[in-house]
Design a protein around this ligand. Structure first.
Ligand SMILES: Nc1ncnc2c1ncn2[C@@H]1O[C@H](COP(=O)(O)OP(=O)(O)O)[C@@H](O)[C@H]1O
Ligand SMILES: [Mg+2]
Length: 414
């Protein structure tokens, strides 16, 4: 009999006891993943035959999983010879196993295959849907089984937050908050990243590194909850796709970004945000980016705001791609007034983001009925609003005097 010593950050000590629910919330680099990986290995060694499923909401491939981390840990702890690593699973002592799955791929039937498991370890648990959480909880039912959750909080409304940090967490749940300053192993490389973000990305710093909820303005016309609830992993077939552009006025060093967003109208008549490829740069750079995006998504038009000069904008685009279909729009009302009919579409559950667009979503959650509360100008939101105004003309007509927008389709080859 030999002894295996695993050094553990003091902040995680409460989690070394048995509990049905264990949670760690905190920012990047707090040691959440490393700690649970060590717990998983320890349990496999102490209780031969242990079966562990490592899950996340979406797992497109094993590369998204913690498999590699566990392999590295086995090596670092010097116990690799007791495990057998296969391409998609790890055999553990006493005929146990560790597997890796995406919960989104499970149905009420297929999830039953996990009933004999001892531990479900959920990574990036902030992205867990209510459905996945409801599927998972009763499935892990073996005597002494445990559910482990590691997450960086996005919003109080995220299901994992409601479960483990809400008013009535499950009895006996052990939840700790960890951060980089409680991680004795915090590496120098990440420390440099952290400092850099603190300087260059102050808006998101507290969320990314301190585990604070994502920033939102009071009275915002979009909510994190709505964005998260409607998010989808992939787009359905599309009836129309437009690339909409809100070009910045100048391209000086500190000037605004050019908002460039790909929006689609699905065959299901819902709206989809497909991409956000906004950038800072010269007119030629935004035009090239917009056209590349137009090609990538096989879009049917570029929607562009021409307040700063229609001829110039048109020329910039057509000099790169003669004959490209351009829909020109001119703003006559304030940004937030234009945004409201589109936020109403979201409130009706009619728009999904295909994936996560952190910067765009931050801007959206700082748009209030009184204006934009973030720094600079909400160019990404502007582009999005123009895109959906084009794709949902009826919606925006009902809600505003759309006649006030001078709009015409421009096709020099038509
Ligand atoms: N137990 C540990 N042993 C060695 N290094 C660790 C340990 N825990 C954390 N680290 C170091 O800290 C970094 C961040 O830990 P990680 O678990 O990836 O954090 P999180 O999952 O909270 O983002 C790791 O990349 C590693 O360098
Ligand atoms: Mg992690």
């Amino acid at each position: 009999m030999s002894t295996l010593r695993i050094e553990t950050a003091p902040v995680f000590a409460p989690l070394l006891a048995a509990a049905r629910y264990k949670g760690i919330h905190g920012g990047r680099g707090s040691g959440k993943s490393h700690f649970f990986a060590e717990c998983a290995i320890e349990r496999c060694l102490l209780a031969p035959g242990t079966r562990i499923v490592c899950v996340r909401e979406i797992q497109k491939s094993l590369k998204d999983s913690v498999k590699r981390l566990i392999e590295d840990k086995l090596e670092a702890l010097g116990v690799k010879q007791l495990f057998v690593v296969h391409s998609d699973r790890i055999k553990t002592p006493g005929d146990g196993l560790i597997i890796f799955q995406g919960l989104q791929d499970h149905t009420a039937e297929s999830i039953k295959s996990l009933e004999g498991f001892d531990v479900a370890w959920v990574e990036e648990a902030q992205t867990l849907s209510a459905r996945s959480l409801e599927l998972l909880r009763p499935t892990i039912r073996k005597a002494g089984s445990e559910l482990w959750f590691g997450w960086n909080p996005r919003s109080k409304s995220d299901p994992v937050d409601q479960l483990l940090r809400g008013l009535t967490p499950p009895p006996g749940a052990i939840v700790v908050e960890a951060n980089s300053n409680t991680n004795p192993f915090f590496p120098r490389e990440l420390e440099e990243e952290r400092r850099f973000d603190r300087q260059t990305n102050p808006d998101r710093y507290a969320h990314i590194w301190l585990g604070a909820y994502e920033p939102s303005a009071v009275g915002a016309i979009w909510t994190r909850q709505n964005l998260h609830e409607n998010r989808s992993a992939k787009a359905p077939s599309m009836e129309r796709i437009v690339i909409s552009v809100d070009p910045a006025v100048s391209n000086q060093a500190h000037s605004d970004e050019h908002g460039i967003v790909a929006c689609g109208l699905g065959a299901d008549q819902r709206g989809y945000v497909i991409d956000d490829v906004s950038l800072k740069g010269s007119p030629r750079q935004w035009a090239e980016r917009a056209i590349a995006t137009y090609d990538r998504y096989n879009a049917d038009a570029i929607v562009i705001e021409i307040n700063q000069g229609g001829d110039m904008v048109r020329h910039t685009l057509t000099s790169i791609r003669p004959g490209i279909r351009i829909i020109e729009v001119r703003a006559t009302r304030g940004k937030h007034v234009r945004a409201e009919p589109i936020s109403a579409l979201y409130a009706l559950g009619r728009v999904s983001h295909v994936g996560t667009f952190a910067e765009l979503e931050d801007q959206m959650c700082k748009m209030t009925a009184a204006g934009f509360e973030g720094e600079g100008s909400p160019d990404r939101v502007d582009a999005l609003v123009w895109g959906f105004t084009e794709l949902f003309p009826a919606m925006t007509m009902i809600n505003s005097d759309a006649q006030a927008e001078i709009r015409h389709d421009f096709d020099p080859y038509a």
